[in-house]
Design a protein around this ligand. Structure first.
Ligand code: AMP
Length: 192
């Protein structure tokens, strides 16, 4: 795995463990020679993540829509900053630039990016591993909701199984490294 996209909050969250783990994740990617691709901002967990990677000598690419860049919140110390026109284009670019995705705690923006990547995997648009780094059990209620989707017949078990979940950074990276997609597409011969 050469490059991983990380989605995370543009806020820091209340628990200092969120920032600590974001910084540690950046550092771990750098130490393992994996390029970090992220949203390009110098705010919240995004800032911690990018600085963790840069301080450990890593390569960091930010992908940002111009309207956010114009607000002056871009990280100025990145290896590369890619400017795009829209939020949609940003997600497409980030997908093109990465071999896998890690999701740290975050809000609506993080969830939007995470679910778009999962949806694309489910439809067979890509076959990249997607992991939730479950810092301080932040994603426990979401996992309960996902189990409910399966129980109520809105999600196939195999698609549920696509998601890698751990609170341990190295375990997440090792599992992503060994990942072989086994799920079939959502639509098989016109049937769900
Ligand atoms: P949120 O989880 O709502 O804080 O949104 C964070 C995610 O949405 C990040 O992964 C970014 O790609 C994007 N995003 C939201 N707010 C910003 C911002 N101020 N600067 C750059 N990206 C942002």
């Amino acid at each position: 795995m050469k490059s991983i996209a990380v989605f995370c909050g543009s806020s820091r969250g209340k628990d200092p463990a969120f920032s600590e783990q974001a910084r540690r994740l950046g550092g771990s990617l750098a130490e393992q020679g994996i390029r970090l691709v992220f949203g390009g901002s110098n705010v919240g967990l995004m800032q911690e993540l990018a600085n963790g990677a840069l301080e450990a000598g890593g390569e960091v690419t930010g992908v940002m829509p111009r309207f956010l860049y114009d607000k002056g919140i871009a990280h100025t110390g990145l290896t590369r900053l890619v400017l795009v026109d829209t939020m949609h284009e940003r997600k497409m670019q980030m997908n093109e630039l990465c071999d896998g995705v890690i999701v740290l705690p975050g809000g609506f923006g993080t969830f939007d990016e995470c679910f778009e990547m999962i949806t694309w995997a489910q439809l067979g648009i890509h076959q990249k591993p997607i992991a939730l780094l479950n810092v301080q059990g932040y994603y426990d209620p979401l996992l309960e909701m996902i189990r409910r989707m399966v129980d109520q017949g809105f999600l196939k078990d195999e698609h549920h199984g696509m998601l890698i979940l751990s609170s341990d950074i190295q375990k997440v990276l090792d599992t992503m490294h060994d990942y072989t997609p086994t799920h079939t597409g959502k639509w098989i011969n016109g049937e769900q």
